[in-house]
Ligand binder design. Structure first.
Ligand SMILES: *[C@@H]1O[C@H](CO)[C@@H](O)[C@H](O)[C@H]1NC(C)=O
Ligand SMILES: *[C@@H]1O[C@H](CO)[C@@H](O)[C@H](O)[C@H]1NC(C)=O
Length: 310
């Protein structure tokens, strides 16, 4: 289990991205899907029942791990100026027949990858699939559609972790941001040199926030997300954005190739209720306010991705 400090460093220094192969050159929507608020919606069907998705890893199956409240599974993200199209897994699989989508990154990428495979699988529960792992890459194949949804745990040319491991002591926030900016710039140079945008669409996964400081959501003295049962109200977060977000926006703005930022930080910040807390892999001895329960917040990241690529 990560210590608090590790969680903090890790959130600020790690990053992930997504490659969508051989896209059809859709114009991206003009609507800002990332500006909005969470609304409770107990009545429409969830995208999938967490109990029926057969391959979610235990660290994300909060209900199975004993989480007693389930309001957190009933929120829907409502963009301010438009509606999100409901995720249609069959449509996705038909459109991407013979193609692949690859998540690259750490355990938050795995969180989002698992969410997408569950969302797709629940649309075609009887179709054959093959889940294999080759080296660092997990490959989930929907055989009848020849669609691969992959996860590469190796962040490629950038090694933000090695950077930190050279010096085990906790660095100041400033130093962390300098290291993060260097790692990111290495990555953007790699994309600018190696990616052909007519063949691959690149998304930067955005900074997924953690919730270890209640002062950020106006509960001073609270040191974790345990017991949080509701989303924060409104469309802005009292604690503001992590400094890494500004670094990401600045570095991406200098790129030559088009990379779309999945700007999920604010909508995720509002979901202090969405983490496993003590209903993760280590149970009551752990405290995970970094990853997200499934079903849950990463489903919304994927629903927005769907609205951007379909
Ligand atoms: C959302 O959009 C409104 C109107 O353009 C703007 O005033 C507000 O600052 C935006 N909020 C965020 C979080 O970007
Ligand atoms: C699943 O994929 C692996 C790796 O590509 C392959 O070796 C294996 O034969 C596949 N299994 C099935 C049932 O197709």
């Amino acid at each position: 289990m990560m210590s608090w400090e590790m969680g903090f460093l890790w959130v600020h220094l790690s990053f992930g991205f997504l490659l969508v192969f051989l896209h059809n050159g859709n114009a991206l929507s003009d609507c800002d899907f990332f500006n909005g608020s969470w609304v409770l919606d107990q009545y429409s069907d969830p995208l999938y029942e967490p109990e029926t998705c057969p391959f979610i890893q235990r660290e994300f199956t909060c209900l199975k791990n004993g989480r007693p409240d389930r309001v957190y599974t009933q929120y829907k993200w409502q963009p301010r100026d438009c509606d999100l199209t409901r995720f249609d897994g069959k449509k996705f699989l038909k459109k991407y027949k013979g193609k692949s989508i690859m998540f690259v990154g750490d355990s938050l990428s795995r969180n989002q990858w698992q969410s997408l495979t569950c969302m797709l699988h629940s649309a075609v529960p009887n179709t054959k699939y093959n889940l294999t792992r080759v080296g660092d890459v997990s490959i989930f194949t929907f055989m009848d559609y020849e669609v691969k949804v992959m996860l590469d745990r190796n962040v490629g040319p950038t090694q933000p972790w090695d950077y930190m491991e050279e010096d085990k002591k906790i660095m100041k926030d400033m130093d962390r941001m300098v290291a993060f900016e260097k790692a990111l710039t290495t990555w953007t140079n790699w994309v600018d040199t190696n990616i052909d945008p007519t063949k691959v669409q690149v998304f930067f996964q955005g900074i997924s926030p953690s919730h270890y400081n209640g002062g950020d959501w106006n509960e001073d003295g609270v040191k974790s997300c345990v017991g949080q049962k509701t989303a924060a109200v409104g469309s802005t977060y009292p604690g503001g954005l992590p400094p890494a977000v500004a670094v990401v926006k600045n570095v991406l703005s200098k790129m030559k190739k088009p990379v779309k930022l999945l700007d999920i930080t604010t909508l995720s910040l509002l979901r202090k209720d969405g983490h496993p807390s003590i209903y993760g892999v280590d149970g009551r001895t752990g405290m995970d306010c970094t990853h997200w329960c499934l079903a849950g917040v990463p489903d919304t990241w994927n629903q927005i991705l769907y609205n951007l690529i379909l």
